[in-house]
Design a protein around this ligand. Structure first.
Ligand code: ZN
Length: 375
């Protein structure tokens, strides 16, 4: 893995921690606001209950005052009745007294009504007061927790920020800029490649790109989401293997006039593709660098078919691949590089061979010599 990518992976962890901490710090005042709102509701309820109790008390006093006034009137009427001269006057006073007594009874009933309410109201006020006390204690505790957590978060944030700054200084500026631009829009700037897929956007990679990512010699960016790729062989899975089935690879014909081979170990060149073509009693050989598709050296031509003419190339490690392209196309259209669609096809076939070997699909054990020309 490229050192820049290793640093970027660490940076991404730091960036994500920083974001998480910032969100947590921002969340705490919101949580307190919610509890405070509840507290305000309880306070309003208490005010209302207290006001109602007060109104009851005022009413009771008003009714009692009315009764006292009425009793005063009655005793005044009684005094007057001692001095009356006529029966009519007496009757009139008696009527006034009866009326006042009736009024007293009405006020007494009202007082009773209020007294019945008072009990319920007192209970209500007491309950709301208790609730308010509990909620106030809760909010104090929440606030204290919030202050503590925020302080811890701020400390962690400062540590992560310092780590982030030092990591940023160690990464090439261009890569850093690309990472940060993608990070801003997609919340991650890197994506792992698994099963030939970008784990950031789930798009399949072309075999050539997949291969470049696996080799890990240069920075590769996802065509579709722009995230920078990283690769961990221990996490990779072959897609068809994971799904438990795959299409059986077709075998190249052993007598075809053209044969492609892969060699993992071609001297200083390393991994190469070789293509042999038989024509009119002689054969040609072309060699290409596997990762780039660039041609290595010129065209070799020898007498006889390729198996006889180039035995030194066809070692036990040579793997026979599918593929056939006319020599005229190779010479006239390809130039000195395998076109990317052809390179993709060859790499895909190579992956299929590795897959068959790995999955222990031994159905072709007897015919495995088809891969190699050793036999
Ligand atoms: Zn992607």
């Amino acid at each position: 893995m490229l050192p820049d990518i290793e640093k970027l992976l660490e940076l991404q962890v730091a960036d994500q921690e920083i974001r998480k901490l910032q969100e947590e710090i921002a969340e705490l005042p919101r949580r307190i606001a919610v509890i405070e709102q509840k507290l305000a509701g309880t306070k309003a309820h208490l005010e209302k209950a207290r006001a109602a109790a007060k109104a009851d008390e005022a009413n009771r006093k008003k009714f009692e005052t009315s009764i006292q006034d009425l009793q005063g009137k009655i005793s005044k009427y009684r005094d007057q009745s001692l001095d009356v001269k006529t029966n009519d006057q007496y009757k009139a006073l008696l009527h006034e007294i009866q009326f006042a007594e009736q009024e007293i009874r009405i006020n007494e009933d009202r007082i009773l009504e209020v007294m019945v309410n008072v009990d319920a109201r007192e209970k209500d006020v007491k309950a709301v007061e208790a609730r308010l006390r509990a909620e106030t204690a809760e909010i104090e505790k929440e606030k204290e927790d919030a202050r503590r957590v925020t302080a811890e978060d701020q400390k962690k944030l400062a540590e992560w920020n310092a780590k982030r700054d030092s990591l940023r200084r160690e990464i090439s500026e261009d890569i850093l800029r690309h990472y940060e631009r993608v990070m801003k829009f997609r919340r991650t700037g890197l994506a792992e490649v698994r099963a030939q897929k970008c784990m950031g956007c789930q798009v399949m990679l072309r075999p050539q790109i997949y291969n470049e990512v696996r080799i890990g010699e240069k920075l590769v960016v996802c065509d579709s989401c722009q995230r920078i790729f990283y690769y961990k062989p221990e996490n990779d899975v072959i897609p068809e293997e994971a799904a438990g089935h795959y299409k059986k690879r077709t075998r190249p014909k052993s007598d075809s006039p053209q044969a492609w081979f892969y060699r993992p170990d071609y001297g200083d060149e390393g991994e190469v593709f070789l293509v042999f073509t038989n024509k009119d009693g002689s054969s040609t050989r072309r060699m290409y660098e596997m990762h780039t598709g660039r041609q290595i050296g010129g065209i070799l031509q020898r007498e006889g078919n390729y198996r006889q003419a180039f035995p030194e190339d066809l070692t036990d490690t040579a793997l026979r691949l599918n593929g056939h392209w006319d020599e005229s196309e190779i010479d006239e259209e390809w130039g000195t590089e395998i076109p990317s669609n052809v390179l993709d096809a060859l790499l895909k076939d190579l992956l299929a061979i590795h897959r068959e070997h790995r999955s222990g699909h031994k159905g072709h054990a007897a015919s495995s010599s088809e891969h190699t020309a050793a036999s």
